[in-house]
Design a protein around this ligand. Structure first.
Ligand code: SAH
Length: 350
């Protein structure tokens, strides 16, 4: 099986290319062809000798995704279903904001977390995505749309901190100035709360934004929504968040999906204020999206606004997230692997 050349960060690529008997600057040229020029064949790397191109073809693969399906929402959001070339498929979502394009990427094929309100749940976990496959989601959309994407969020299918090393390496690749050159400030990682990995992240010394899927300040309620709370409860999660803030001096974004008659009343808001008071943070309120067979339904607009206003009054900065792509099941929690069975991705012929 050939190695996906996109899995290497530039330092690793330099080493691999040197081992092939080439000068390290060749690695920079190759990296640029892949990450900036977004080529889909080694033959397009025209400043390399034919001999080197052939050597690369023998050993490596550019792992170019096929688009199995593309849906366009009436608000312009686009959802892609990609064939990842081993019989599996994943989804990515492209959103356009005033400041540019944001891609929401998947980090795993399936998810082990089992959150009760999320559509990625209920689909068997298949495997982690490699760093090259994470980056290829951005590259494939850029090729298809003829655009440059400025922001990336790990909020698609999967728990990014459950695929820690590949996610960190993907960020290193995205950051590199000789390639995509996406500033770490333009990257967000969202986690359901894998506490030991939050400590590890804090020690990385990287500048991305951390989002925590909180959804309730009450252990009983949070455990009912998110089984991970039985392993790492709210107190342990908050300890890790405080460590993270102290270490990085960065604000954490807490995500709170509001479900009717579940976590949206004033008592819930009070508990949330008590929990977050004095912390360097921001609360992102998400009107919960209903999923098939899901028991949670969206709060009324009135309740959502009342919840936000209460938090703001008490000195906790809270905003309501815009709902994008809900008509094509591309909004938070609506990505699913079900499409995979319908579209039958190909087994790659090598
Ligand atoms: N596993 C990671 C990232 C994927 S989910 C995490 O849990 O954070 C990205 C965000 O969408 C999370 O905040 C998640 O809680 C939220 N989400 C999931 N399902 C949702 C739904 N049905 N409605 C609204 N938000 C949802």
């Amino acid at each position: 099986m050939k190695v996906n050349i996109k899995d290497y960060n530039l330092d690793e690529l330099k080493q691999v290319i040197t081992e092939l008997g080439e000068k390290p600057y060749r690695a920079e040229q190759i990296f640029k062809w892949i990450m900036q020029d977004n080529v889909t064949s080694f033959d397009d790397m025209t400043n390399l000798s034919i001999e080197l191109r052939n050597k690369l073809k023998e050993k490596f693969d550019l792992h170019v995704f096929n688009i199995l399906k593309k849906q366009v929402s009436k608000d312009g959001t686009k959802k892609y279903l990609f064939d990842v070339l081993d019989g599996n498929a994943i989804e990515s979502v492209l959103m356009e904001y005033k400041h540019g394009f944001t891609i929401c990427v998947s980090s795993q094929i399936g998810c082990k977390m089992g959150c009760k309100f999320c559509a990625s749940t209920g689909v068997k976990f298949a495997r982690n995505l490699t760093s090259g496959e994470i980056v290829e989601q951005l590259l494939a959309v850029e090729r298809d749309e003829h655009i440059k994407i400025s922001n990336l969020v790990f909020m698609g299918i999967g728990e990014p901190l459950d695929n820690y090393d590949n996610v960190i390496n993907a960020i290193k690749i995205l950051n590199n100035q000789k390639g995509i050159n996406m500033g770490a400030r333009h990257i967000s990682i969202s986690t359901s709360g894998l506490v030991p990995k939050i400590y590890k992240l804090a020690d990385e010394n990287m500048q991305y934004t951390l989002s925590i899927s909180l959804h309730s300040a009450n252990n009983k309620k949070r455990s009912q929504m998110m089984p991970i709370n039985n392993t790492y409860n709210i107190e342990e999660l908050m300890e890790a968040c405080k460590y993270y803030i102290n270490k990085t001096n960065k604000r954490i974004s807490f995500e709170y999906a509001l479900a009717k008659e579940n976590n949206d009343n004033m008592q819930d808001a009070k508990e949330l204020v008590k929990l977050l008071k004095g912390m360097l943070c921001h609360v992102n309120l998400i009107p919960i999206n209903k999923i098939e067979n899901g028991k949670f339904t969206k709060s009324t607009n009135e309740n959502i606004i009342r919840f936000r206003d209460y938090l703001n009054e008490k000195g906790i900065v809270a905003t309501i997230r815009r709902e994008l792509g809900s008509d094509i099941d591309a909004a938070c929690g609506q990505l699913r692997k079900k499409e995979v069975e319908k579209c039958k991705p190909t087994q790659k012929q090598i």
